[in-house]
Design a protein around this ligand. Structure first.
Ligand code: PHE
Length: 333
């Protein structure tokens, strides 16, 4: 055994570590070098028969080589396992931002329901008039839906707005007017809000009555608000929505939460359409909301959103709107 023997082994062994392409190959190479019968182990064993002078020299060379090999194997192992991880990541990677290529998505790009379209148009118009768009819950308290709107428990106005009740005493709101109450509680006057939303009533169903329908509430509270302001805003709204000045009429209408109260009708296709109940906010409603009615007043309206959509698109049956029938919905894209 000579120095060359060790030198040769260094070259071949380092090369075989470098050549390992997988963790398994690396383990094999390691076994062949450092295992019980490995070439380096053999050399170490063989040192016993070598001349003592040379043995010392060769022994330290072999130990040095062993250290070198250990380091090289460790390095290679790290490289191989991170490559393995990279490959797995490459293989298993999914782009969650990619749109779904379902057959439906490819065949049909979808569109907005006519209710949504008109609702968004209205929101846009009112934002331009300084109104804030607000929201309220569909499951309401008796207090917000009735009590604080000046409709006490025994009031006959409740009969016209029978609805669905939960077992814990709440109800599905019968109108978006409950959001008047919530807004008064939360916001300080002066305020201007619109609140579109779904409402529910216990109805006998026909072409113009549905248990589920949409309204858009509006309210403006300020100083010295008059019926003139109310009419101005209603006219503006109708002009924007129908694309031109509309013929309207104002009739007295009774709602416990406005005084005076009106029905604002518009002349549409040869007849008067009842579309916009409204009035000046009843002082009691302001007081319920903690607002001083000697300083502030305002108007409120409850636009029949489902009705507006029906007249705008000439839909003859309110039940189409919630039918979920795509043949219906697709006509308005
Ligand atoms: N909330 C009333 C209804 O649904 C409509 C309304 C709203 C009337 C605001 C006046 C003022 O019948």
């Amino acid at each position: 055994m000579t120095k060359e023997t060790v030198e040769d082994l260094r070259r071949t062994s380092l090369a075989s570590v470098e050549a390992a392409a997988t963790i398994e190959e690396l383990d094999n190479a390691r076994r062949e070098l450092l295992g019980k019968k490995g070439s380096l182990t053999q050399i170490l064993k063989g040192l016993g028969g070598v001349d003592p002078e040379l043995r010392k020299e060769l022994g330290s060379l072999v130990n040095q080589l062993k250290g070198e090999l250990d380091g090289a194997i460790e390095l290679r192992r790290k490289a191989l396992s991170s490559a393995k991880l990279d490959q797995a990541l490459e293989r298993e990677w999914i782009d969650v931002s990619l749109p779904v290529h379902s057959r439906i998505a490819l065949a049909d790009n979808g569109g907005l329901h006519p209710l949504t379209r008109v609702q968004r148009e209205l929101e846009h118009i009112f934002r331009g008039l300084g109104f804030t768009v607000v929201d309220g819950p569909e499951v309401e308290t008796d207090y917000c839906n009735f009590e604080a709107l000046n409709i006490p428990d025994t009031h006959p106005a409740r009969d016209m707005q029978d609805t669905f009740f939960t077992t814990c005493g709440h109800l599905l709101r019968t109108h978006t007017s409950s959001i008047q109450v919530r807004s008064l509680q939360r916001m300080k006057p002066p305020l201007r809000i619109v609140a579109p939303g779904r409402c529910f009533r216990y109805e006998r169903l026909d072409a113009s009555h549905e248990h589920t329908f949409y309204q858009m509430e509006g309210m403006m509270i300020d100083r010295h608000v008059t019926v003139g302001h109310l009419i101005y805003f209603m006219r503006t709204l109708l002009r924007e929505i129908f694309g031109g000045e509309q013929k309207i009429r104002l009739r007295p209408g009774y709602f416990p939460f406005v005084e005076p109260g009106f029905e604002l009708d518009i002349w549409f296709q040869g007849r008067w359409l009842e579309l916009l109940p409204c009035g000046l906010v009843h002082p009691k409603v302001l007081e319920f909301g903690g607002i001083d009615s000697s300083e502030w007043n305002g108007f409120a309206f409850g636009l029949g959103l489902s009705r507006l959509v029906m007249s705008r698109f000439q839909i003859d049956d309110i039940r189409h709107l919630q039918s979920g029938d795509l043949r219906f919905a697709k006509q308005f894209r």
